[in-house]
Ligand binder design. Structure first.
Ligand code: C2E
Ligand code: MG
Ligand code: MG
Ligand code: MG
Length: 287
């Protein structure tokens, strides 16, 4: 690439890379300290059953309470954590915290039956042979039932080493945890993954949802994903839902589990349980 840009741009290119590498290294050092000094916190975004406007569960989303920069979203540090093994202790922290917060969140949600907390798994965790042992230990320590937790994996992460991912997920499913395929339709995948993995839930990515009402092709894709999930006996959750029009369109396509800013942004435990049902101004979509 640098060659094609000519001899001079080669220098800037390297400097840019060097600056980025240094920034990542700084982030890594800070992440290491952040783990030790407990600077991570978990926010929860309700997953709503739209016909009844009741909360069926929530997704746990990590945040970094940075001493200088304030509350940082995962986009600012998860990719860097994933390049090192630091994502493993961070993921373990989120899983434990979700287990600890479960009883309070369920109560704030109005104590629905089968209240479930979704926790994201990173690729490195999928490849960690000790993962299921650790999960069993944390469930025991926090007195949670395995079916209280649903693990979210992305298609792209399971595609890296499909056999290993399938083995890990089958072991977790065997223990009794539920499994969701996250960001469905955006990654490297094949439809056969839908039957090779022991899935319970499909999550329709927000890039499809955001254009439901102005892009007929994307609407057809959402319809297709929902029907596919239905045919395979999976629950379907639409994510990134920002307005009532999208809720209605999804309802008409028989998707009733909704996660998005329309009902609530991810919030800290004390703010959990309040649904606002307010349209959010549209943002440019990236897919
Ligand atoms: P994700 O798992 O697909 O999570 C959903 C993301 O969509 C969250 O972003 C959430 O705030 C955002 N979102 C939900 N509803 C809406 C909406 O209506 N509109 C828009 N524009 N966005 C919405 P967040 O919290 O920034 O997390 C981003 C990603 O970081 C997550 O995507 C997930 O891949 C990763 N992540 C978050 N927490 C963890 C974690 O504990 N472990 C791992 N490995 N990854 C995590
Ligand atoms: Mg997720
Ligand atoms: Mg997602
Ligand atoms: Mg995503």
């Amino acid at each position: 690439v640098a060659k094609n840009l000519g001899p001079r741009s080669c220098v800037t290119f390297n400097e840019g890379m060097h600056a980025q590498a240094q920034k990542n290294l700084r982030t890594l050092n800070q992440l290491q300290k952040a783990i030790e000094s407990k600077q991570f916190t978990v926010h929860y975004q309700p997953i709503v059953h739209s016909p009844t406007t009741t909360i069926a569960g929530a997704e746990a989303l990590v945040r970094w309470n940075h001493p200088k920069h304030g509350l940082l979203l995962p986009g600012a540090f998860i990719p860097v954590a994933e390049t090192s093994k630091l994502i493993v202790p961070i993921g373990e922290f989120v899983f434990r915290q979700a287990c600890l917060d479960y009883p309070r969140l369920k109560e704030l949600a109005g104590s629905p039956d089968n209240f479930t907390l979704n926790v994201n798994l990173a690729a490195a965790q999928l490849n960690d042979l000790r993962l299921s042992r650790k999960i069993v230990d944390i469930l025991h320590e926090t007195q949670r039932e395995p079916q209280d937790i649903k693990l979210e994996v992305t298609e792209t992460d399971t595609a890296r080493d499909p056999q290993k991912a399938a083995r890990t997920l089958h072991a977790l499913r065997e223990i009794g945890l539920k499994i969701a395929l996250d960001d469905f339709g955006t990654g490297y995948s094949s439809l056969s993954r839908l039957i090779d993995l022991p899935l319970d839930t499909l999550k329709v990515d927000k890039c499809f949802v955001s254009e439901l009402n102005n892009n007929a092709q994307k609407r057809r894709l959402v319809d297709l994903i929902i029907s596919t999930g239905e045919q395979l006996g999976l629950n379907v959750i639409a994510e990134g839902v920002e307005n009532k029009t999208q809720v209605t369109a999804l309802f008409n396509m028989r998707c009733t589990f909704i996660q998005g800013f329309y009902y609530s942004r991810p919030v800290a435990v004390p703010q959990f349980g309040i649904l606002n049902c307010t349209n959010v101004p549209p943002e440019p979509a990236h897919c």
